[in-house]
Design a protein around this ligand. Structure first.
Ligand SMILES: *Cc1c(COP(=O)(O)O)cnc(C)c1O
Length: 343
């Protein structure tokens, strides 16, 4: 059977043999009662990695985000989000429906809030105004771009929020990709952030799972909120075992970045519109308007050759590099993409 090269997302990665072995042999207990050894070990690793007091293992990045907001805010408060963020756009209005908060979206191209605008959106409790009780960041920013937010910027946001006694939450689904791109340890990068989440099921290749790290007090609440959402899981050590394998070796993500840069360069040589400065992690955003081809036509044509990419706009396509795309595959993808666009 011909190998399908699936570049739609890094969520398509399959667990490694080491993960499957670890899952097979995992020591388990009952995580709701609190005695699943393997889950506890993963949570301790997460707390240490992010330099936070405590950590919670959840089902998904979406659940981590909801649980974080539930444990850091109260009903009818406002939270600052980016207008292009996952939390604001891709969580079934969970912020409104589950958390009962009002998002205050701020718009920018690169994921960085204008600091004056941010401060103006941190509102005080007044007769007609709900207070702002959380500032959210996303790093890497925009699941179709993978832009990295650096520590100086994150620290600026934290300084402003904290000056108003407002905590900062980082949706860090791909935060380890950001840490690698910046060549900085995650605990240092997130030094001033109050809480952070991470997806284990993206480039890290776990089958399921996310981590949420923060203060002891916050994670105490988060654990109860996870239970409310039906996220209390019993022998979850089976799944946590894969997470432990992933965290022992997370710096392999660097390979995905190298592959993405290589592929982006080759695609650009074939005439596809690519801003190399935006290829900062494992995500490539391709603009087909220079060659006047629609994203659907392009992806359909690639499909015939067993290559999958994601349509993200009329003329925009996303490709993500990950561990199941080999260096040898990259030339192949570029070659076929070139053929498809007639280069
Ligand atoms: C993928 C992603 C999520 C959600 O993670 P799931 O595990 O798919 O629920 C949240 N935020 C960002 C920025 C993401 O990229």
């Amino acid at each position: 059977m011909k190998k399908v090269l699936d570049l739609r997302s890094d969520t398509v990665t399959h667990p490694t043999d080491a993960m499957r072995d670890a899952m097979r042999n995992a020591e388990v207990g009952d995580d709701v009662i609190g005695d699943d050894y393997t889950v506890k070990k993963l949570e301790q690793m997460g707390a240490k990695l992010f330099g936070k007091e405590d950590c919670l293992f959840t089902v998904s990045g979406t659940m981590s985000n909801q649980v974080a907001v539930l444990s850091m805010t109260g009903k009818a408060e406002q939270i600052v989000v980016h207008d292009n963020s996952h939390m604001y756009n891709l969580e079934r209005a969970g912020l409104a429906q589950i958390c009962g908060v009002q998002p205050r979206p701020i718009s920018t191209e690169n994921g960085k809030y204008d600091l004056d605008e941010l401060e103006a959106n941190i509102l005080f409790d007044a007769m007609q105004v709900a207070p702002t009780s959380l500032v959210c960041l996303e790093n890497t920013f925009d699941l179709n771009k993978g832009i990295v937010l650096d520590k100086d910027y994150i620290d600026d946001v934290c300084r402003i929020a904290h000056a108003h006694n407002v905590p900062v939450y980082m949706d860090g689904a791909r935060i380890l990709n950001a840490a690698i791109a910046l060549n900085i340890e995650p605990d240092k990068l997130l030094e001033n952030v109050d809480a952070v989440s991470l997806c284990l099921s993206k480039g890290l290749a776990c089958p399921i799972g996310s981590l949420l790290a923060g203060s002891k007090e916050m994670i105490f609440k988060a654990r109860r909120m996870r239970q409310m959402l039906g996220g209390g899981w019993r022998q979850a050590g089976i799944i946590a075992a894969a997470g432990i394998v992933a965290l022992e070796n997370w710096k392999v993500l660097e390979e995905d970045h190298k592959k993405a840069k290589l592929l982006a360069k080759q695609l650009k040589n074939k005439g596809l519109g690519i801003d190399m400065e935006q290829v900062q992690t494992n995500i490539i955003n391709i603009d087909l308007s220079p060659i006047k081809m629609t994203a659907t036509d392009f992806c359909q044509a690639l499909n015939e050759y067993g290559i999958l990419a994601k349509v993200i706009g009329n003329h925009h396509v996303r490709m993500i590099c990950h561990k199941d795309i080999e260096y040898d595959d990259i030339e192949n993808v570029a070659e076929i993409a070139g053929k498809v666009v007639g280069a």
